[in-house]
Design a protein around this ligand. Sequence first.
Ligand code: HEC
Length: 187
Amino acid sequence: MKAFLFGIILTLFVLASGGYFLLKSGRVSFNADQAPSATERHLAMSAVDASTERNAPEQKNPVPTDEADLIAGAQLYLNHCAGCHGLPSNPESPFGRSFNPPVPAFFKEAPDMPENQNFYIIQHGIRWSGMPAWSKTLNDGQIWQLVTFLSNVQKLPPSVLKELAPPAGAALEAAPAAPTAPAMQMH
Ligand code: HEC
């Protein structure tokens, strides 16, 4: 019995120190242009889903699906989210594809979580991904307007789609422009 317990402890110790060695010796890649393994993807995605389900407070969206709120949501989306999550005219931008985990392209696949969970994710963001927390820059009313917008993203009326259309004749700027001159040196 003693030998058995010792075996278990030794195995756990070897596994833990092996993992520690892999991380500390730089053998685990953190590159955003390298897709994670299926195991990492599965573990991370189900952990984020479980945490969101557990922590998002049960609350009803106070923002109705009316034209004024959808337009307000579209403007917020255009200013804060479209660069990563895409637009009807450009559902998957090269910038949006520069992330792992990949940025969900909402005009190809609408978010399918309950509204209280979308609210929670927009408010708090998702650590170790590109998804920022918006609670410091947007108020609750604005976040609910975004939630209403996302719930209707596949059935937006023409007046709202017009807000998201690129200006006539303008080339769509999908990603932040790369700096053309070397940045100023900091000393
Ligand atoms: C810098 C890029 C970036 C910006 C800007 C951004 N997001 Fe995200 N967002 C992401 C990434 C990356 C994920 C995926 C994270 C993951 O899979 O764990 C994500 C995930 C989400 C999700 C969860 C979707 C799902 O189905 O799991 C929602 C909802 C969301 N974002 C809404 C927004 C809203 C609303 C805005 C604007 C206020 C916004 N995001 C701005 C990168 C961004």
